[in-house]
Design a protein around this ligand. Structure first.
Ligand SMILES: NC(=O)C1=CN([C@@H]2O[C@H](COP(=O)(O)OP(=O)(O)OC[C@H]3O[C@@H](n4cnc5c(N)ncnc54)[C@H](O)[C@@H]3O)[C@@H](O)[C@H]2O)C=CC1
Ligand SMILES: CC(=O)C(=O)O
Length: 332
């Protein structure tokens, strides 16, 4: 301590250099920065580390966020290209890699982002061997599998943000049609975070009242109210937003921060996240897909065994086979 500070303070003890809720976000593009902003503005973590390969961008984002410290909770924010800075992270959120261009499917990105992960994932584990990793980069489910393989971490410690976002879109769109709040509508999208996602119409309810009991044809082709179009809109959401603004970021940033909050605060909330599904719902493939899961500070604690309708099981099986087929062609 020098000069003025030495005169101002009488030192009683040294400050603790470590925090218990350090989060590293890899990739400081649109999704990464929306995630960081959500983490900081909601006070989910007060120790956030940014990693990217673009040094100037990192420095600019760092300074910009630090200048907002007064309006946040005095967080520690750090940034570097060097993974040593991530040491001691409780949670690493990976948003790095290429994104879809207009009209492009998430699955098109698979080999390019697998190659990106070959450097990122081992570096994270090297400096934070006990971390939990949440994958956001697309295609989210396959990259969660890739991250699990590359990390050597137990399966409970690697998950994908998966259909936490799709489920939020689903609940929002249903709530608009019903005229009540998003949080009052309970419904799940499971399976792939992508075109083969599965809406669990059999479980959609408000205050425990199953909408299927009121409208048995809900979600089918011959439903006069055409609820099925809501799932189509969920799938189309990303394509539509990318067409309009070039990328999606706010909702996924909020979604990733919600997962981080549950994990860091050991809250045991249930989220639809991408988990290893082998052996669940009779699925045989070693693939990651979203199912509702209880999350806590050890990562994925439990998978909820939903009572799925036969067509929902069948669609989930289709998603799993698709993931397995693509994984089979990966160069890891
Ligand atoms: N799971 C989900 O729900 C969603 C996933 N995404 C995915 O998130 C990813 C990121 O999207 P955006 O942020 O819009 O892209 P972006 O292009 O804005 O940012 C990507 C960032 O990754 C960085 N990066 C690339 N390779 C890297 C490496 N080897 N090490 C460190 N950093 C690296 C780039 O420098 C860039 O800053 C994409 O794969 C996108 O498809 C996007 C929205 C929702
Ligand atoms: C891009 C993407 O995965 C999404 O917004 O759902």
């Amino acid at each position: 301590m020098a000069g003025t500070a030495k005169t101002l303070f009488r030192v009683v003890t040294e400050p603790c250099p470590q925090t218990s809720n350090k989060v590293t976000v890899v990739g400081t593009g649109q999704v990464g920065m929306a995630t960081v902003f959500s983490l900081l503005s909601q006070g989910v973590s007060n120790d956030v580390c940014l990693i990217d390969m673009m040094a100037d961008k990192l420095q600019g984002e760092l300074m910009d966020l630090q200048h907002g410290s007064l309006f946040l909770k005095n967080p520690k924010i750090t940034a570097s290209k060097d993974y040593r800075i991530s040491a001691g992270s409780k949670l690493c959120i990976v948003t790095a890699g290429v994104r879809q261009q207009e009209g492009e499917s998430r699955l098109n990105l698979v080999q390019r982002n697998t190659d990106v992960f070959k450097h990122i994932i081992p570096s994270l584990v090297q400096y934070s061997p006990n971390t939990i990793i949440v994958i956001v980069s697309n295609p989210c489910d396959i990259l969660t599998y890739v991250a699990w393989k590359l990390s050597g971490l137990p399966v409970c410690k690697v998950l994908g943000s998966g259909t936490n976002l799709d489920s939020s879109r689903f609940r929002f769109l249903i709530s608009q049609k019903l005229g009540c709040s998003t949080s009052s509508v309970h419904g799940w999208i499971i399976g792939e975070h992508g075109d083969s996602s599965v809406p669990v119409w059999s479980g959609v309810n408000v205050a425990g009242v199953r909408l299927k009991d009121i409208s048995p044809k809900m979600g089918t082709d011959d439903d006069p109210e055409n609820w099925k179009s809501i799932h189509k809109d969920v799938i189309q959401s990303a394509y539509e937003i990318i067409k309009l603004k070039g990328f999606t970021n706010w909702a996924i940033g909020l979604s990733a921060a919600a997962l981080a909050n549950t994990i860091l605060s050991n809250q045991h909330n249930v989220h639809a996240v991408s988990v290893m599904v082998k052996g669940v719902h009779n699925l045989e493939y070693e693939v990651f897909l979203s199912l509702p899961a209880v999350l806590g500070s050890n990562g994925v604690e439990k998978i909820v065994l939903q009572k799925l309708a036969p067509n929902e099981r069948c669609s989930l099986k289709f998603s799993a086979a698709l993931m397995a087929e693509i994984q089979g062609g990966l160069k890891m």
